[in-house]
Write a protein that binds this ligand. Structure first.
Ligand code: SF4
Length: 339
């Protein structure tokens, strides 16, 4: 059993079932999630409590390497998991504080054409503890507090639904990291059934959809998930999500020159987003070896932004941080593993 993936009430039950006082659970939970430590032998747990947990796991994740941008304060981090798999994270510094991009799987099976994380398919899901470890290791190593979290590293968060929800609830726990739900964003390629599940849980987190194309033919070519959950199914799930949660949804839209930056796309986007409280975040394409389409220049990006705004959309263009180190999701892990 992975002790650092358990909720406090599950830990209480664990100790109670083994004849220990339930308050030992509070001690252990605080040690793991507030103090962010794993050397349980040095905690204030009694000998008996230590004996009870000695055969259980407290899963560790180590920082393998940190890459510092020379252009800004962005850092790209490679984490090594207990089984030697590598995952990536990004730490960005904004005026309001630090924001960290979290990986939820090793690899990904979604097959998006522009993404390096999926080139070797899905290796395995991460546990909630392995997601929390990415946060705690960075905070402990750099002696910082991170306030915003985006589940947008390698992996599709909604393809690892239960562990991701567990991670989010543990991160939010007042006796642990105490992160506001409002500061957590799930970014998904659009698994409509899981979006409905997420709406039903109704956590006040942020939801971002990697949209990138505006009609089924082009989106299916770019993102195979669209073959199963086409834009109509995705739209239905988002309407349901909007009505149930009243949250604004962000559409992430990577601009690819001459492929999704025309007036036709603006029209299609308008009809797709009708009735959905949304915001569009434009992302200038970050080319990777396997995907050599051209990236639009600033003038072309602004032109597309203006066309959207004329249709009444609220639009931002993502600031490019760590341009010299980040490349796109999954590239760093692949380059280290290949070399
Ligand atoms: S963009 Fe996200 S969902 Fe798509 S393949 Fe990459 S990690 Fe998976």
């Amino acid at each position: 059993m992975e002790l650092n993936s358990l909720y406090l009430d599950e830990l209480r039950e664990f100790f109670k079932e083994r004849g220990e006082k339930a308050f030992r659970a509070n001690q252990l939970f605080t040690f793991l999630h507030e103090k962010k430590r794993k050397d349980i032998e040095n905690s204030n747990l009694s000998k008996n409590a230590l004996e009870i947990i000695k055969c259980e796991d407290v899963v560790e994740t180590k920082i393998f390497k940190i890459f510092d941008s020379k252009l800004d304060e962005t850092k790209k981090i490679l984490f090594k998991l207990w089984d030697n798999n590598l995952i990536e994270g990004v730490l960005m510094k904004y005026k309001h504080g630090y924001s960290q991009c979290i990986s939820t799987q090793v690899g990904c099976r979604m097959g998006c054409d522009f993404c390096a994380s999926t080139k070797d398919g899905l290796v395995r899901n991460l546990t909630a503890a392995e997601m929390l470890n990415q946060v705690y290791e960075i905070e402990n190593t750099l002696n910082i507090n991170v306030s915003n979290f985006i589940l947008m590293g390698s992996g599709e968060p909604l393809d690892n639904f239960d562990e991701v929800i567990r991670f989010i609830k543990l991160l939010h726990d007042k006796k642990g990291h105490n992160t506001s739900y409002r500061n957590i964003t799930i970014s998904t390629c659009g698994i409509a059934d899981r979006i409905i599940d997420l709406a039903n849980i109704n956590l006040p987190i942020n939801l971002a959809i990697s949209l990138h194309q505006t009609n089924d033919i082009d989106r299916s070519n770019l993102m195979p998930v669209n073959k199963k959950y086409n834009l109509s199914k995705l739209r239905d799930s988002l309407i349901y999500y909007s009505e149930k949660t009243n949250n604004r949804i962000t559409f992430e839209y990577t601009l690819i020159k001459n492929q999704n930056d025309g007036i036709k796309n603006v029209e299609e986007l308008k009809s797709f987003a009708k009735g959905i409280k949304c915001h569009i975040n434009l992302i200038p394409l970050n080319p990777i070896d396997e995907f050599d389409e051209k990236r639009p220049n600033n003038q072309e990006i602004n032109h597309f932004k203006n066309m959207l705004e004329e249709k009444g959309f609220n639009v931002t263009t993502r600031r490019e941080l760590g341009k010299d180190i980040s490349a796109s999701c999954g590239q760093l892990r692949r380059s280290v593993e290949v070399n």
